[in-house]
Design a protein around this ligand. Structure first.
Ligand code: ADP
Ligand code: ADP
Length: 233
């Protein structure tokens, strides 16, 4: 399914003396909802990008990352791309084509998935996310919340087992953030997708998270369930 094992992962960006990640060990079980918190610069984005093998190739890494018992570097790129989805903070950086419909189709077209399978999947996604009325709309005319919803739906078209979310709520107003969060929780509960999400507005997330990881200066400073986190904070 989707089990991550990180063993003493240390990472430095090219030409940076300081470590972006330092001795990070974590085990993430299939179906878990994990929230990663910590101040800006603490390594949250780097950690998420490492889980999808998307950090600067010139960086220095030590330690190991295993996904389903297989070292991450041995995963074929296509399989990894389909298995692990990534949503970033700013949807504008991820929306690539003109309309909502084309955006949803984009990933599957790249993978050469047959058209009727794509149509079925698109109907399912549009239904789940309430996007049917928006399919013909241009993505650049949507609200921030709608854009992020399209972004999430587009990532899910490929049926990933793991969803990595890098502060996906940061640019949304409170109502849009709550709606998106509700959808993320449903994906986790109803579809069993493993969710690994970074966020600094941790309070709203505590009731949803199975586990909280707090980062500081590239290290894991705390790891535990939300009850233990609330006591510690
Ligand atoms: P966040 O806190 O959301 O990770 P940042 O403002 O730290 O965002 O980073 C924004 C972008 O700048 C990211 O793409 C990140 O990789 C890049 N970045 C951050 N710090 C540095 C740095 N010291 N040198 C080069 N690029 C950086
Ligand atoms: P966070 O997501 O918690 O804000 P990041 O993972 O973005 O933290 O950053 C961790 C550290 O790595 C910071 O010191 C940041 O400046 C540095 N960093 C991030 N991206 C880059 C990059 N592309 N090049 C160089 N340094 C970076």
């Amino acid at each position: 399914m989707a089990h991550y094992e990180l063993r003493k992962v240390t990472f430095a960006y090219p030409e940076q003396a300081s470590l972006a990640l330092s001795d990070v060990s974590l085990s993430i079980k299939p179906g878990e909802f994990i929230v990663i918190c910590g101040p800006s610069g603490s390594g949250k984005s780097t950690l998420l990008r490492m889980l999808k093998r998307e950090v600067s190739p010139g960086g220095r890494m030590s330690g190991a990352i295993l996904l389903d018992q297989v070292p991450l570097q041995e995963w074929p790129a296509r399989e990894l791309a389909a298995h692990v989805g990534l949503v970033m903070q700013n949807p504008d950086n991820q929306l690539v084509v003109d309309t909502v419909e084309h955006e949803l189709a984009f990933g599957m077209e790249n993978f050469g998935i047959p058209r009727d399978a794509m149509r079925r999947r698109m109907a399912e996604m549009a239904g789940f996310f309430g996007l049917e009325p928006l399919l013909d709309r241009k993505t650049d005319e949507l609200s921030g919340g709608q854009k992020q919803t399209v972004n999430l739906a587009a990532v899910l078209m490929l049926q990933p087992k793991v969803l990595l979310l890098d502060e996906p709520l940061a640019q949304l107003d409170p109502l849009a953030a709550r709606e998106l969060l509700g959808m993320i929780k449903r994906l986790n509960e109803e579809w069993g997708i493993t969710v690994i999400m970074s966020e600094h507005r941790i309070d709203e997330l505590l009731p949803l998270a199975d586990r909280v990881v707090r980062m500081g200066h590239g290290r894991v400073l705390f790891e535990g369930d939300s009850r233990a986190f609330a006591l510690e904070a």
